[in-house]
Design a protein around this ligand. Sequence first.
Ligand SMILES: C[S@@+](CC[C@H](N)C(=O)[O-])C[C@H]1O[C@@H](n2cnc3c(N)ncnc32)[C@H](O)[C@@H]1O
Length: 279
Amino acid sequence: MTSYSDIIKKHQERLAKFSTNAHRDMRVLLGHLTEKTPEFYFMHPDTVISKDVESQLEKCIDRLCQNEPLSKIMGKREFYGRIFTVTKDTLDPRQDTETLIDAALKYKKTLPKPLSILDLGTGTGCMVLTLLAEISLATGMGVDISKKALDVAYNNAKALHLEDRVTFKHSNWFETIMDDEMFALIVSNPPYIANHEILDPNVYNFDPHSALFAGSEGLDAYEVIAKDIKKHLLPQGKLLIEFGHGQEKAVIHIFESSGLKHIESFHDLSGIIRCAIFA
Ligand SMILES: C[S@@+](CC[C@H](N)C(=O)[O-])C[C@H]1O[C@@H](n2cnc3c(N)ncnc32)[C@H](O)[C@@H]1O
């Protein structure tokens, strides 16, 4: 009979090369496979593991040793306290993006009502769905160039019981949005990595490149979004947009050139200026 502590002993050396916290990762994976909390195995290291679970765990460990993120292996990731399904077709929601949610909630009283939200490049739907869950009377639309990501977003909406308040649309930014469709709040976390940037293998090999890269300086998506932004913002409406380290000035310049006014920028938990709001 194999216990959790036997499994740890068997795999920890191999796993330690790929994970800064091999024990924790094993507990998370085992908890995921057995529908128990990771803490359970911390408290009960002698728990006997069935052959079937052991073989599933070994497959997961193999994937972890190929640099695959835990979230992609488990097919889910937490964002702003809620669980979102993730797949190879969606960017894993990042903690940095929670900064944008806090910023939106700070400004929600200033937004035109009824509060309609457009999420450009919705991915898993994590931004629009979180905002709808946090703001009970709001409605939303999420658009993405990836049809497969839109399927994931719709399933996340159903899992959160938000499908009646959101629509998802296949679109190249504003392309399929009607000229007269206007929103109180437009949010976006577009791709913003410069094409030449070298990324960690756990990002480069497992997040979709269409969600990451945006031209020689990582600014291409902002340029396209800026062209039509004014047309789709209601009077008093606001744009909240995420960007990468060091891109604040360029992004402010792009949107101020399109006629918006920068109001405030926001730092993420690492102290990096991560997003800005415009009116
Ligand atoms: C950085 S990811 C953000 C995903 C999600 N909003 C989040 O914050 O986790 C960028 C998203 O933009 C989408 N995207 C890329 N190019 C696009 C385009 N031309 N039109 C619409 N969406 C696009 C990608 O498919 C991806 O889902």
